[in-house]
Ligand binder design. Structure first.
Ligand SMILES: Cc1ncc(C[n+]2csc(CCOP(=O)(O)OP(=O)(O)O)c2C)c(N)n1
Length: 673
């Protein structure tokens, strides 16, 4: 699209309002430069450059209510360029978000303030997602827009009807994840997604020409977007483009040409104002240039009033929405509210888990845990309608699609399975956006080794406390012939190192359904389910109703007498430990086996519970087809470990286990050495 004259402009203001617009935008600029100056840290350039875009968007387009920051049908605004955090803090303050007081602005970047260095979800009401790692916000927004379309398809557009807006910088668009996000959004025709590109041609090192020459408009168009270029300091052009975006049948990118640090007399337009305080002289000069005479942190009454009025624009819309929700039939309304509040259908979930366990009790299954996961999903997915599954082009390998699941398509968003394509990073980031949107519990699928391709987004899910579930199959050398490129070795350890992430490695079909239950119940913690490609025997008596995995580790096989040896294992190696236990017991060495499906839950347990399960057998052996790192917390530095110390190799799984010495004999030898 070009910003053509044929576009009907319904939201242009009379010309005399230009002066008011300028003063409102200058209020953002002043707060940004003064807060960064006070902190002597931060990024004034982006907020000053993007102030006009933000003013038009927030005063004339965005649907939101500062008195109800979490109103489910609000438009979402994502500041993907999180370094420009003062932009959103200034907006939240000016619009009347109660907690964003002028004192918070004055305490920008200080301990305990809600004005953290980069915007943090859950820390600051009005912030939709944590941004800072460039590219993530844009990809989160794709997930938010997907969530909106899905929920609109399920509950109707009377209840779910909002837009997602992103402010993205050069850095956002240079990051690889943006390509995955953009391609997917174009493919799915996410017409209610609008990206405002702060096209200022400057990054930290200097002019963009040092490192980039992409035509972003052509790039987005090639991915199926509507894209145009406008003057990002012309409020009428911004409004026209935003108005046009609302009518588009495709996602829209508006490249807004701006001047970084707009108003700064000597530093505007240069990298010098990207990421440091402007200095007193430059700020004084900017005040003169912008015609802004108020002292630091003071907003003239008329400007404050105009911003407050903008903050109240959508109150009627929210009330009308509330009436529509109240008019739903009770079942629909309860279901909508339950899902938006993130409350599980506890009874249905418990029944689904028990149904799987009963099946496994009746007919034990010696199957791969990825297949056990599919078995579990056949029960869980119908019971928990907020679950949306997917796979990054490994659907048949990850076993994440149940028979009844329909794909999500551009034409029909009511489906519950996303073919993410070969876009692991974009998938994980969009899943975060879905979870943040609320109403959906997303779960993915790819190979465990490719958590490396998702890691920045998994980290943000953990930081934000989002219920996102990653089904990561092919979890060790047990995948066999695909070889070391595909065999995770260090991944379990590296994922376990991440705060607020749970890594589950179930040993059999029963543990798999239990781990699924725990992942679903973790409302504020993402989970990784590490699952095998190869078959494993069913070790657990499925008749037990209790979820034994909830303890993180538990005694699967007791010693006959006082234990001399404790064998600790996870996943596919638990069955080796069980075999080794028999050999050791046969030699008169009382040995117990502890299954360790989840380190984090074990370490969250009380000291007493942890001590009890770890026990005090003089010999402790850890067994996992991965590196030792992390296991010392269970087996001690003097414990023995049977696992990997190098990359794997390409061969059938059985040969690899023998080659790398992860065998019953090796466990027995380690225990008796
Ligand atoms: C993934 C990632 N890499 C690097 C950084 C550090 N960083 C912050 S802003 C920025 C680039 C700034 O350029 P641009 O995105 O154009 O922002 P502007 O200068 O316009 O404010 C970089 C490299 C980051 N935040 N995230």
């Amino acid at each position: 699209m070009t910003a053509s004259a044929t576009v009907r402009v319904t939201q242009d203001r009379p010309a005399e309002d230009r002066a008011l617009h300028d003063r409102m935008a200058n209020a953002i600029r002043a707060l940004a430069m003064d807060a960064v100056q006070a902190a002597n840290s931060g990024h004034p350039g982006l907020p000053m450059g993007a102030a006009d875009i933000a003013t038009v968007l927030f005063t004339r387009f965005l649907k939101f209510d500062p008195t109800h920051p979490a109103w489910p049908d609000r438009d979402r605004f994502v500041l993907s360029a999180g370094h420009g955090s003062m932009l959103i803090y200034a907006l939240l303050h000016l619009l009347g978000y109660e907690k964003m007081t002028i004192d918070e602005i004055k305490r920008f970047r200080q301990l305990g303030s809600i004005t953290a260095g980069h915007p943090e979800y859950g820390h600051t009401p009005g912030v939709e997602t944590t941004t800072g790692p460039l590219g993530q916000g844009l990809a989160n927004a794709v997930g938010m827009a997907m969530a909106e379309k899905h929920l609109a398809a399920v509950f109707g557009s009377g209840i779910v009807d909002h837009h997602t807006y992103v402010l993205a910088s050069d850095g956002d668009l240079m990051e690889g994840v943006s390509q995955e996000a953009i391609a997917l959004a174009g493919h799915l025709k996410l017409s209610k997604l609008t990206v405002l590109f702060d096209d200022n041609g400057i990054s930290i090192d200097g002019p963009l020409s040092l490192s980039d020459s992409v035509d972003q408009v052509k790039r987005f168009e090639a991915a199926g977007w509507a894209a145009s270029r406008i003057d990002g300091h012309d409020p009428q052009a911004i409004a026209r483009a935003l108005e046009h975006a609302k009518t588009s049948d495709r996602p829209t990118m508006i490249a807004c040409r701006t001047t970084i640090g707009y108003g700064a007399p000597t530093k505007a337009g240069s990298e010098k104002c990207h990421g440091s305080a402007l200095g007193a002289d430059e700020i004084a000069g900017a005040r003169t240039k912008l015609g802004w005479s108020s002292p630091a942190f003071e907003i003239p009454a008329d400007v404050r009033e105009a911003w407050r009025a903008a903050g109240q624009r959508s109150a009627d819309a929210r009330h009308a929405w509330r009436r529509r929700v109240d008019a739903l039939d009770a079942h629909q309304r309860d279901e909508f509210e339950r899902r938006m509040e993130g409350v599980l259908p506890d009874d249905r979930l418990a029944a689904a888990v028990q149904a799987v366990k009963q099946k496994l009790a009746a007919t034990p299954q010696n199957i791969a845990t990825r297949a056990a996961s599919e078995l579990a999903l056949e029960s869980l997915v119908p019971a928990v309608p907020e679950m949306i599954g997917g796979s990054a082009d490994l659907t048949g390998s990850n076993n994440t699609k149940t028979k009844a699941m329909k794909p999500v398509t551009a034409a029909d968003f009511s489906g519950r399975f996303v073919h993410w394509g070969i876009r692991e990073h974009g998938m994980a980031a969009a899943m975060n956006g879905m979870a943040l949107h609320r109403g959906i519990i997303p779960y993915s699928g790819t190979f465990l080794v490719f958590t490396d391709y998702c890691r920045p987004s998994i980290r943000l899910a953990a930081l934000m406390g989002q219920r996102v579930i990653h089904v990561m199959t092919h979890d060790s050398i047990g995948l066999g012939e695909d070889g070391p490129t595909h065999q995770p070795v260090e991944h379990l350890a590296s994922l376990r190192a991440m705060p607020n992430l749970r890594v589950f490695r179930p040993c059999d079909a029963v543990e798999t359904v239990e781990c699924w239950q725990l992942a679903l119940q973790a409302a504020h913690t993402p989970s990784v389910l590490a699952l095998t490609r190869q078959n494993v025997p069913q070790l657990r008596n499925a008749g037990e109703a209790a979820n034994r995995c909830a303890a993180g580790a538990y005694e699967l096989v007791a010693a006959d007498g006082e234990a001399q040896v404790s064998l600790f294992a996870s996943g596919s190696e638990v069955s080796l430990a069980v075999e080794a236990q028999k050999v050791l017991a046969g030699r008169g060495i009382p040995t117990r086996v502890v299954s360790v499906p989840c380190f984090e839950l074990l370490f969250e347990a009380s000291e007493a519970a942890r001590r009890a399960v770890i026990g005090d057998a003089p010999v402790k052996v850890g067994i996992e087809a991965a590196v030792r790192q992390g296991w010392d917390a269970i087996i001690g530095t003097d414990g023995a470990f049977v696992g990997m110390t190098s990359f794997g190799a390409s061969a059938p799984a059985k040969d690899l286990y023998r080659h790398f010495g992860i065998t019953v004999d090796a466990i027995v030898a380690a225990a008796t050495r």
